[in-house]
Design a binder for this molecule. Structure first.
Ligand code: ATP
Length: 335
């Protein structure tokens, strides 16, 4: 019987628990044993784990966060840490490691593959939706729903006071969250990696000033800003609008509420399907088409399960479509 282990790593994402549940139940049904390492790669290195049973995954699919806990694990960035992790897998006779996480967590799988011959399978779990090889990552749907309902509330108070409002949303490297919630809330401006770079901030500021002056006679003007983008952050943008254009803005950084909460139906379904698919790769119902030691990721593209080598996933960008960015700018100009 095979011994399958699972861990959740990097930023937690709603739906991770549904994936853990699906992996556990499918593994048990296939006659495998299933184990969970705690605290991301830390639990692997420290051999902090539990055997997962049907009882351990009862009543977890509706919970945000992850019952296995998540963490960053700096030790994995050092060769010694990777060796310790590989040795732990050998010592515990693990045949398959399933990692639920984002791009950093997948780099951890690649590092392990050089020192361990077992099977490595990734499941895309991050609210940022920044992984190729899948239409959506687990957690993205819940995060954009959470941000949208928060910004709808901001709209009410912004309308009441006829305010310009900057709301900063998550998304470390791209604007999947910013564009989805910007469009869903009818924001008047979206400032994200796709239309703003370090070189054109003064141009963006000038456009913003014009747009606010033309459109903000009555009601509110909502600006959605992607995190880690504006030099000095959202507060700096607020200060610049004030000092350069005499525009007073209110400011809200949504922050970690975007990572929490009960997973949406879409995330629960996606996570369940991907968890089952990962075990099907192990039991051979789905053919991975690669060497066993090559890490792969299971994802869903246009409704179908797709297996992609992790190396390809990491080498391919998944940008917000430029066509979409252009169309949205055009649409805003019409308002
Ligand atoms: P998210 O983007 O949602 O935060 P993530 O998986 O990208 O998720 P990271 O913090 O980048 O989050 O990575 C999680 C963990 O993966 C790291 O703490 C580290 O243990 C491991 N990891 C990241 N990069 C590497 C690497 N180059 N080599 C080995 N391990 C890595």
């Amino acid at each position: 019987t095979k011994r399958i282990a699972v861990l959740t790593s990097g930023g937690d994402a709603p739906g991770m628990n549904s994936a853990i549940r699906a992996i556990t139940l499918s593994a048990l049904r296939s006659g495998f044993q299933c184990f969970g390492f705690f605290h991301g790669y830390n639990g692997l290195i420290n051999q902090e784990y539990t055997e997962l049973s049907a009882v351990s995954v009862t009543d977890i699919t509706q919970l945000g966060g992850t019952i296995l806990k998540s963490a960053r694990c700096p030790a994995m960035l050092e060769p010694a840490g990777v060796l310790q992790a590989a040795n732990a897998l050998r010592k515990l006779h693990i045949d398959v490691l399933i990692v639920i996480g984002g791009d950093g967590s997948f780099r951890g799988m690649q590092a392990l593959a050089a020192h361990w011959q077992g099977q490595l399978i990734g499941i895309p779990g991050t609210i940022d939706n920044d992984l190729s090889g899948c239409d959506n990552t687990i957690g993205f749907s819940t995060a954009i729903n959470t941000a949208t309902s928060a910004i709808d509330k901001i709209r009410d108070t912004a309308n009441a006071f006829e305010r310009v409002f900057i709301t900063e949303v998550m998304g470390r490297h791209n604007g999947h969250i910013a564009y989805h919630v910007g469009i869903a809330t009818g924001a008047e401006a979206i400032i994200s990696f796709e239309n703003c770079t370090a070189e054109n901030t003064s141009q963006v500021l000038a456009h913003l000033k014009n747009a606010i002056e033309q459109q903000h006679q009555h009601g509110s003007f909502l600006i959605i800003l992607a995190e880690n983008l504006w030099p000095g952050g959202a507060q700096a943008l607020k200060t610049e609008l004030n000092s350069n254009a005499d525009i007073n803005c209110a400011l809200c950084v949504l922050g970690h509420i975007q990572r929490g909460g009960a997973p949406s139906v879409e995330d629960r379904m996606l996570a369940t399907e991907l968890g089952i698919a990962a075990v099907e790769v192990v039991n051979g119902s789905i053919k991975a088409n690669t060497e066993v030691a090559t890490p792969v990721m299971v994802g869903k593209i246009h409704g179908a399960i797709v297996i992609t080598e992790v190396e390809k996933v990491l080498n391919m960008d998944k940008p917000v479509s430029q066509e979409w960015v252009q169309r949205y700018q055009h649409y805003l100009a019409e308002q």
